[in-house]
Write a protein that binds this ligand. Structure first.
Ligand SMILES: [Zn+2]
Ligand SMILES: [Zn+2]
Length: 294
């Protein structure tokens, strides 16, 4: 079970869970419970959470295929009798076409109320709901990651100073954009700074200087001249550790190569980076293939 959060990231009193399905998932929103029988009220932010979830799922381009009451009483009924149809809406419903989510929430509330009267059971006015969502991206995700993804809207994601977290968030945001419904980001006018301590290697500037001199303005990987001149007139090249420091590579000239920014990025991120690395070592006499040491 997960907690819902509002747009600012504040926790709401509303729990939900996710079950994976082929080509989608079920979102189960826990019912609101009154303070009956000495029990404290539960899920008091049910209505707000339902609206937020609907809006978020619309951002992802999800389709509401089917809606069911899922309280324990209702679960005794055959599935056909659990299905509800909010008046004024046709299922399957492409959520991005909905303009007023409060209106949809009210329609859902009315139809669950009617279901209540028909089944003649007392108890919760707001029922536990099962929203069957269609979303092809769900096939490659666990129920857990879908649930976490739904927990926060795009706007509530705080900017981060952690490079690893940042790149993970960039990936998630790109997936959202690919699912075509994400609005262009607002960004931030005032950029906050962090002074958080981060693990950085203290590199020897003499090694960098020696390697740059040796390269004499040409990339040691592709042989091309530096793509542009620095302010001081020197060609711009970056010094890369052929066996990364993070893998235990030494900070010595036999493990350092001057590269153009393009080759440098490729040595880090190209899908064929290992092949490029071996080729670089083979083509520069100075370089040695240091083993991974962790
Ligand atoms: Zn290059
Ligand atoms: Zn590098």
């Amino acid at each position: 079970m997960y907690n819902s959060y509002d747009e600012k990231g504040d926790e709401l009193d509303a729990k939900y869970s996710v079950e994976s399905l082929r080509g989608g998932f079920d979102l189960i929103i826990e019912s609101r419970g009154g303070s009956t029988g000495g029990r404290p009220p539960r899920n008091t932010d049910y209505a707000r959470a339902l609206v937020l979830h609907l809006r978020r799922m619309a951002e992802f381009g999800m389709v509401l295929d089917d809606l069911q009451v899922a309280s324990s009483d209702a679960m005794r009924l055959p599935e056909k009798k659990r299905k509800i149809q909010p008046k004024g809406y046709t299922l399957p419903l492409e959520l991005s076409t909905v303009s007023d989510f409060d209106e949809l929430r009210l329609a859902i509330g009315r139809v669950t109320g009617e279901h209540e009267t028909k089944s003649k059971k007392g108890g919760n006015r707001t029922k536990r709901l099962r929203l069957r969502m269609r979303w092809t991206d769900a096939s490659s995700m666990s129920a857990d990651s879908i649930a976490t993804m739904l927990a926060q809207s795009d706007s509530s994601e705080e900017p981060t100073g952690d490079p690893k977290e940042l790149s993970e968030r960039v990936e998630r945001a790109r997936n959202r954009i690919r699912s075509k419904k994400a609005a262009p980001p607002k960004g931030q006018e005032k950029v906050p700074r962090t002074t958080a301590a981060s693990d950085r290697y203290i590199r020897d500037p003499k090694v960098i200087a020696w390697v740059l001199e040796e390269a004499a303005g040409n990339c040691e990987n592709c042989g091309s001249p530096a793509p542009f001149k620095r302010i001081d007139g020197e060609g711009f090249l970056e010094v890369h550790h052929v066996r990364p420091l993070g893998e235990g590579g030494p900070d010595i000239i036999e493990n350092a190569a001057a590269c153009c920014p393009n080759c440098h990025r490729r040595l880090h991120h190209d899908s064929a980076k290992n092949r490029i690395r071996r080729k670089l070592i083979a083509s520069i006499n100075r370089l040695k293939d240091f083993p991974v040491k962790i």
